[in-house]
Design a protein around this ligand. Structure first.
Ligand code: SDX
Length: 431
């Protein structure tokens, strides 16, 4: 952390407290309030953490006003256009773009960890076939800690490294197994001759009864979707993984907690909710009705795929996904997909609506991703599992950074207590 000469003064109850100010390499200064309670006897109050930095990090930087997203300093649009997912995984995990030798070694290590313990197949049998794939993923990923005991000692850097590789390698296999189980088809084993994205498509869409050739264009689109979802600073699911990990819990259990948090429709579940919303709207002439509902405070309806806690300008990932949607749908011969027309018209109408302009609501990563995934053949129930497998590298990279930080301590927020003060128990006959 950068040394600081700057301080802020807090005047409280006739006392003045000096709060150190730390300046980042990018973004706003932070006030160091770690000693505030000990010195001034007060807490800060910030439900939803709208103005709170929970940690320092060197992995991802977001500028919400400028619509900037950097991974280790590299802009997301350059990574999406020039790199590929496993290279971005290396960058997030180790901080630099790999040499050709480093990349080959990393890809080989990931490839050789894509199979899951055969006994894990039995876990799926306990679920109903119509269980949401996110439910099975939470269960099976958490159960990884019952199998991979040789990579659960987080004090051992080598075991941390193995756990990170195992999670990045096995999440696509588990997500594909969750999908196959939900449609009553047999599990498809990973193949070492396929790259990461092609392997996932093969595990999802191939069947034993016939050969399946992965379309390289779909594999490229899949890889780009993985890359665009890889990491995103201290979002809710990443913060969940960090908080769970701060107690010393094993990485598999902590990533399962992150998957559970991502499932919510306000977070990673928005891609499924957004496509369902576009289907409900159905045609461009119904857009005004839904925009009015989104603005009505008495109506819980929100425009899914719109708005963001940090981006108050365009989400740079949405821009890349919008381009990909045009490319993929055209290549698939469904460029006149009515949902894409509704999405584009909805975006334009909302961006010119005073309410959305005033609230600074723009399309986010979830607005176009569902259109691409549905065109690729995935059911809406697989959209968030794909987000989860993509984000696993972000979760484990942030986890490694935190566990490796000597300042790391258990996360334990306080509260503004508004409940009853001490009172005596009343026997039931006197109530
Ligand atoms: C992701 O954090 C991340 O980085 C997340 C993520 C990642 O990569 O990890 O980017 C992935 O989760 C993207 C977000 C996906 N969620 C959705 O698309 C769901 C729809 N969006 C909203 O639920 C909302 O915009 C949030 C949850 C995303 C952000 O909520 P905030 O920051 O808490 O903002 P808010 O709810 O306080 O909204 C501010 C105002 C409110 O109106 P007022 O109370 O000020 O009058 O804007 C309104 C909201 O009612 N508003 C919306 C809206 N989003 C916010 N109104 C209509 N439609 C919307 N989508």
């Amino acid at each position: 952390m950068t040394d600081t000469q700057k301080t802020a003064q807090l005047s409280l109850n006739g006392e003045t407290y000096e709060l150190p100010i730390f300046s980042p390499t990018a973004g706003p200064d932070v006030l160091d309030i770690r000693k505030l309670y000990a010195q001034a006897g007060v807490f800060t109050y910030d439900p939803g953490f709208t103005s709170t930095a929970s940690c320092d990090s060197t992995i991802t930087y977001i500028d919400g006003n400028e619509g900037i997203l950097l991974h280790r300093g590299y802009p997301i649009d350059q990574l999406a256009g020039k790199s590929h997912y496993l290279e971005v995984c290396y960058l997030l995990l180790y901080g630099e773009l790999p040499t050709a030798t480093q990349l080959e070694d990393f890809e080989t290590r990931v490839t050789r960890h894509t199979m899951v313990h055969e006994q894990m197949h039995n876990f799926f049998r306990g679920f109903r076939r119509d269980a949401h794939p996110m439910a099975t993923m939470v269960g099976v990923v958490g159960a990884m800690s019952a199998f991979y005991h040789d990579s659960t000692d987080i004090a051992d850097p080598w075991q941390r490294e193995v756990a990170a590789i195992r999670l990045i390698a096995k999440l696509p296999t588990i997500a594909a197994m969750a999908y196959k189980y939900s449609i009553g088809q047999p599990f498809v084993y990973p193949r070492n001759d396929l790259d990461y994205a092609a392997n996932f498509l093969n595990m999802c869409f191939s069947v034993p009864a016939e050969d399946y050739v992965v379309d390289p264009i779909l594999a490229r689109a899949m890889d780009r979707i993985f890359t665009l979802h890889a990491d995103h600073e201290q979002n809710a699911s990443t913060s969940t993984v960090r908080l769970a990990s701060s107690s010393g819990a094993n990485p598999f259990a902590c990533v399962a907690a992150g998957i559970a948090c991502l499932w919510g429709p306000a977070h990673g579940g928005a891609n499924q909710a957004c496509l369902e919303m576009l289907k409900e709207i159905g045609s461009v002439d119904r857009i005004p009705e839904y925009l009015e509902r989104a603005k009505d405070k008495n109506d819980p309806f929100r425009l899914m795929g719109f708005g963001h806690r940090v981006y108050k300008n365009t989400d740079p990932r949405a821009k890349v996904l919008k381009q990909s949607a045009d490319e993929v749908l055209e290549l698939l011969g469904v460029e006149d997909n009515p949902l894409l027309q509704v999405a584009k018209e909805l975006e334009q109408t909302a961006l010119n609506d005073p309410y959305f302009i005033e609230k600074k609501l723009f399309p986010n990563v979830d607005f176009y991703s569902g259109i691409i995934l549905e065109a690729m053949g995935f059911p809406t129930s697989m959209f968030t599992p794909i987000f989860a497998l993509s984000r696993t590298v972000g979760w484990v990279s942030q986890w490694k950074e935190m566990i490796g930080d000597p300042q790391n301590k258990i996360g334990r927020p306080r509260q503004l207590y508004l409940g009853e003060t001490t009172r005596d128990y009343v026997d039931i006959e006197n109530r």
